[in-house]
Design a protein around this ligand. Structure first.
Ligand SMILES: Nc1ncnc2c1ncn2[C@@H]1O[C@H](COP(=O)(O)OP(=O)(O)OP(=O)(O)O)[C@@H](O)[C@H]1O
Length: 679
């Protein structure tokens, strides 16, 4: 199976030391309130697990049928053989990323059976997170995966988003939502579309209670640095609660104990143990666990430089290392010892790597590796001979409808927009302030004489430029800022790029209509522009279109480049072209032939021409100065329009041209965003 995606680093993780238990009341600790559905079965391979939604599941691995593919009923056996993962260094599919190819995972094989809690360990950079994301079908962009990864004999694919949960090392949320809003949003996107509202609410309530988050249900998640927000431990629990919404058959946890004190870490692993006992296969990367924590895992897999140095029972690991000359001193933390042996010692890089590679070679020919290979070969054999389809798991494919997902995404984006007063209210106040200033400056100057012509064209340019530059630059950060969360959610199959893009646009739309409307209403009447309804309406429509097209342009640049500075670097020269071709600084007809195409992409020109037509069409009584007959004199509106290379018949053309540019920018923006999710 080969898979290629494009790479973007995830957002910064919250590694602050927090306590799982300290944020709970004593009766609500993770241990006493395990994040589990109430169940009756306790041993893998038999029994029934009841989902809080009311459904029931039975993991009967001993009775697993290879005529039917149904991991949710039978439990999931995940095997991988000869797995190699490469990073191409192509991060984000933007217009400026290239890098060398690097092998991170090197021919790794392994297996996890239902009801097993396995720890993935190794020194920093050994490849734990990379391997886990490959197994979970959630690789970062720019990653190439080679080798076989099967769940009950079926090559992994998008079904993993429904079958498995992934608790990330760093918790990414939309900070403006409350805990219950977040859970409701996630339930709407993750759960089967047939689940009723009451069931969803019951499920959320139950999960919040079990994770000790019920008391924070109405607390905003918050962003780092904000005053009132969830603690790191609460965010971690919220991440767990979110993943447990779908009752995953396989659960991946990337360093879930990082940032927790030892007591909370133990509580968390106890919870994972209980979850595993009910049949879930759990793979968990973990850093330097205490001796007690280490022995709580059923299996451990030690990675060194992308290879397996040991896989098997934790208690047998020390025996394997001792057999090959590495004895753990008494009273020494075994996990720390094992990782220490495999780690690269500063100053002795070559020697450390040699000894780690030697251990990997020795493990590859060990009895433990042989036993593991028996299971892998059996699964591979079944995969080749079995005749089953993923679609047989009908409830895995009942995704929410396209419009349903769009609705919830728009709702979330809209909440984010309206709950960010610094952006919304300040922008409106700023618009009113500028409109007042502009209107007052021009009031009294708008007359039907030669100076009035200049004044009218001046304020029209202010209408156009004010609705162009600030909205264009203000949306530049929209996609880079939210990109890590967007990538994580699309990689989890929650929604498509198009839904995310359209939802963001729809959430912005009310502001993009209100702002130019307020601006024109204030400035138009203060400056005493042409007092006809048609002229006013055309000015409002053109200003609104200008603002929306500019925002679309900003969104396109925001989606096409991976960072704000890069997007700015390309946008500034583009703005100059726009401004020069707006019809104010140079007569379009006098531009050199080689660049005469430029005005066609300038919505500033289209808007300027449309507003000018609205002001001058049918005007016949412009007065001229009698004092100096040598001064230019335009007596009619047609003469004014001709002077600026405008044409009275272009009004509709200009409006439609702006509409067309609006859609072209958005389609391109959506395409570039989608491209980033590919590779
Ligand atoms: N997209 C990428 N491009 C280049 N190198 C990468 C990329 N992703 C990961 N790596 C490198 O691959 C190696 C393994 O990374 P990974 O995050 O899987 O390690 P890890 O074992 O999880 O480490 P840690 O415990 O510190 O989180 C590291 O050296 C890392 O720098």
């Amino acid at each position: 199976m080969v898979k290629t995606t494009s790479a973007t680093p995830l957002g910064s993780g919250n590694k602050k030391k927090t306590s799982f238990a300290s944020v709970n009341s004593t009766t609500e600790s993770f241990e006493s309130q395990p994040v589990l559905p109430p169940v009756s079965c306790v041993s893998p391979g038999s029994g029934t697990a009841t989902h809080p939604m009311g459904g029931s599941r039975c993991y009967q691995s001993s009775l697993r049928s290879y005529n039917k593919w149904s991991p949710t009923e039978q439990g999931a056996t995940l095997v991988w053989r000869d797995l190699c993962v490469y990073a191409t260094g192509q991060s984000g599919g933007g217009l400026s990323d290239r890098g060398p190819i690097k092998r991170i995972i090197n021919n790794v094989s392994g297996a996890v059976t239902p009801g097993t809690l396995i720890a993935l360990m190794g020194s920093s950079g050994a490849g734990k997170s990379t391997m886990m994301s490959a197994l979970a079908y959630r690789t970062q962009p720019g990653t190439i995966v080679q080798g076989d990864i099967l769940v009950n004999g079926q090559p992994i694919g998008p079904y993993m988003y429904r079958l498995s949960g992934f608790v990330h090392q760093d918790d990414l949320f939309v900070g403006s939502l409350t805990v219950s809003e977040h859970m409701y949003f996630m339930a709407k996107l993750k759960l089967d579309r047939g689940v009723s509202k009451a069931s969803v609410e019951r499920l959320i309530q139950e999960l919040l209670e079990r994770t000790g988050l019920a008391k924070c249900a109405d607390t905003r998640i918050g962003e780092v640095g904000e005053g009132k927000m969830l603690s790191g431990g609460e965010k971690k629990r919220l991440a767990f609660a979110t993943e447990l919404l779908t009752k995953p058959t396989i659960l991946f946890c990337d360093e879930p104990t990082t940032g927790l004190d030892s007591f909370s870490a133990q509580n968390l692993v106890s919870t994972l143990q209980l979850l595993a006992k009910r049949g879930t296969a759990i793979i968990c990367t973990i850093h330097q666990p205490s001796s007690q924590l280490f022995s709580m895992f059923d299996q451990v897999m030690l990675l060194a430089d992308g290879r397996v140095a040991y896989a098997g029972k934790p208690n047998d690991a020390l025996g394997f290392f001792e057999q090959h000359g590495y004895s753990c001193p008494s009273n020494y933390n075994p996990a720390e010892f094992l990782i220490g042996v495999l780690a690269t010692a500063p100053g002795y890089e070559k020697a450390s790597q040699r000894s780690a590679h030697r251990l990997c070679d020795l493990f590859a020919v060990s009895e433990a590796a042989g036993q593991r290979d028996v299971l892998i070969n059996l699964e591979m054999h079944m995969a080749e001979t079995g005749d089953f389809k993923v679609t047989e798991e009908s409830h895995l494919s009942r995704r929410p409808r396209w419009l349903h997902t769009l609705y919830w995404l728009t709702y979330r984006s809209f909440l984010t927009v309206v709950r960010d007063p610094t952006v919304q209210y300040l922008r409106l106040l700023q618009k009113i302030g500028i409109a007042l200033m502009a209107g007052l400056c021009f009031s009294g100057a708008i007359n039907l004489d030669q100076l009035g012509v200049q004044a009218i064209q001046g304020i029209l340019f202010i209408f156009v430029s004010e609705n162009t530059f600030s909205p264009m630059y203000s949306v530049l950060s929209v996609f880079p800022e939210t990109f890590p969360l967007f990538m994580r959610e699309t990689k989890s199959g929650l929604y498509h790029t198009s839904q995310y893009y359209v939802a963001n646009m729809l959430a912005m739309l009310p502001g993009l209509i209100a702002e130019p409307l307020i601006f024109v209403i204030v400035a138009y009447w203060l400056a005493q522009l042409r007092p006809t309804f048609t002229a006013f309406l055309v000015t409002v429509i053109a200003s609104t279109l200008v603002m929306n097209v500019s925002t679309a342009c900003g969104c396109f640049f925001s989606a096409a480049f991976n960072s704000l500075p890069l997007a700015m670097a390309y946008l500034v020269p583009f703005d100059y072209i726009l401004m020069i071709t707006s019809g104010v600084f140079i007569q379009i007809g006098s531009m050199p032939v080689s660049i005469s195409w430029m005005p066609y992409i300038s919505w500033m020109l289209y808007a300027n021409e449309a507003m000018s037509i609205a002001q001058w069409e049918g005007v016949t009584n412009i007065t001229c100065s009698t004092e100096d007959p040598n001064l230019p004199c335009m007596r009619t509106g047609t003469e004014v329009l001709t002077h600026y290379s405008f044409n009275e018949s272009h009004l509709a053309r200009n409006i439609w041209a702006m509409v067309a540019i609006y859609f072209v920018f958005h389609v391109l923006g959506c395409f570039f965003l989608w491209r980033k999710t590919r590779h």
